[in-house]
Design a binder for this molecule. Structure first.
Ligand SMILES: *Cc1c(COP(=O)(O)O)cnc(C)c1O
Length: 347
């Protein structure tokens, strides 16, 4: 059973598509910690084929687009949607056009799009403007399918993250924390838990303080945050996300860039390397814990994407350096580092 379409086909109400898949889904749900009585699990969506949860939605959106005769896909992107669209389009022998905010997408994410053969169009504007452009182009061109999360098939595919959690825990968790940018993923998880019928967690939508329209209750004209994947001021799925949070008795919460970086570091020091947007989910759980406002468990944090695609940001907190040595002195260097570590523990 390769990929989420073959795994969950009966839940997706799909037309008779031939799946375009790279084996997405079935990502690890790691028991991370127990805080008081509350078990914290983290779902590692960076383990998907292109390194983010976008692949769950993309396999479905691209499969349907091809089934309906599209020749190309198009998307606006802060990076991960583009990488995923590029890979799945390549797998399905379709062209891909990705529109990105100039200078705001990491090199590695652009590189992914390029190696898969996508055409990248960089605009002098932010994500929200890029999305408006691609919506117009797709609406007036039948051969080009829009694969942003406003495409309902994207959300259907992303529902499978919720199915997997229920299948693994035997029920829905009591709370689910995830980063919110364009607000497609929080909407998809909510729909997924509702459809699967094993309970609905409190939906905890975490935003970066500088890009927090859903916390502030109004659009943000110039969103700014280190978490580039959620640097979005006008979430397209706002209405669905509000419904998810209200119906589930959850909440939206903002965390600062400093909180995000420290959460990223804490995860990294525990063996999990995620990009800043993904660390936002964990920063939200930590903030609720500090306020004594953590719901009873079990709680799941969705770590949406790998850290390997954003090498620049951790430079803000990395303290280690490379030890320049040679084959004769490497043993001595290790001995003295071990010595230092022992003293560190002793103090
Ligand atoms: C796309 C993305 C998000 C935001 O998801 P939305 O559906 O836009 O709210 C969060 N984290 C990562 C790593 C992403 O790629």
């Amino acid at each position: 059973m390769l990929g989420i379409i073959s795994q969950y086909r009966t839940w997706l109400d799909l037309p008779d598509v031939d799946p375009v898949t790279l084996g997405e889904g079935a990502t690890p749900l790691v028991p991370w910690a127990t805080w008081g009585e509350t078990d914290i699990f983290l779902k590692l969506e960076g383990a998907n084929p292109t390194g983010s949860f976008k692949d769950r939605g993309m396999t479905v959106a691209v499969s349907v687009a091809r089934h309906e005769g599209a020749r190309a896909v198009i998307c606006a992107s802060t990076g991960n949607t583009a990488a995923s669209a590029a890979a799945y389009a390549a797998r399905g022998h379709l062209s891909a056009f990705v529109v990105v905010p100039e200078g705001r997408v990491t090199q590695q994410k652009l590189l992914q799009s390029l190696v898969h053969g996508a055409e990248i169009l960089a605009i002098d504007g932010n994500f929200d403007e890029a999305l408006a452009v691609v919506r117009r182009i797709a609406a007036s061109n039948r051969e080009i399918a829009l694969v942003n999360s406003v495409n309902p098939w994207r959300l259907r595919g992303q529902e499978t993250g919720a199915y997997e959690i229920v299948d693994e825990l035997g029920r829905a968790p009591s709370g689910l924390a995830l980063p919110v940018g364009n607000a497609g993923n929080i909407s998809a998880y909510f729909q997924g838990f509702r459809r699967y019928g094993k309970g609905i967690p409190k939906m905890l939508g975490i935003q970066a303080a500088g890009a927090s329209p859903l916390v502030q209750g109004h659009d943000v004209e110039h969103p700014e945050t280190v978490a580039t994947a959620i640097r979005i001021g006008k979430p397209a799925s706002k209405a669905l996300a509000l419904e998810a949070v209200e119906t589930s008795n959850g909440q939206f919460l903002a965390v600062t860039d400093a909180d995000i970086l420290s959460a990223q570091k804490e995860l990294a020091r525990g063996g999990i390397f995620v990009e800043p947007a993904s660390a936002t989910a964990y920063a939200g759980l930590k903030a609720l814990r500090e306020r004594g406002a953590l719901p009873a468990g079990p709680l799941v944090g969705i770590l949406t994407g790998t850290g390997l695609k954003d090498g620049e940001t951790p430079l803000q907190w990395i303290e280690q350096t490379v030890h320049h040595t040679n084959s004769r002195t490497v043993g001595d260097t290790i001995q003295s580092l071990l010595q230092e570590a022992r003293q560190h523990v002793a103090h």
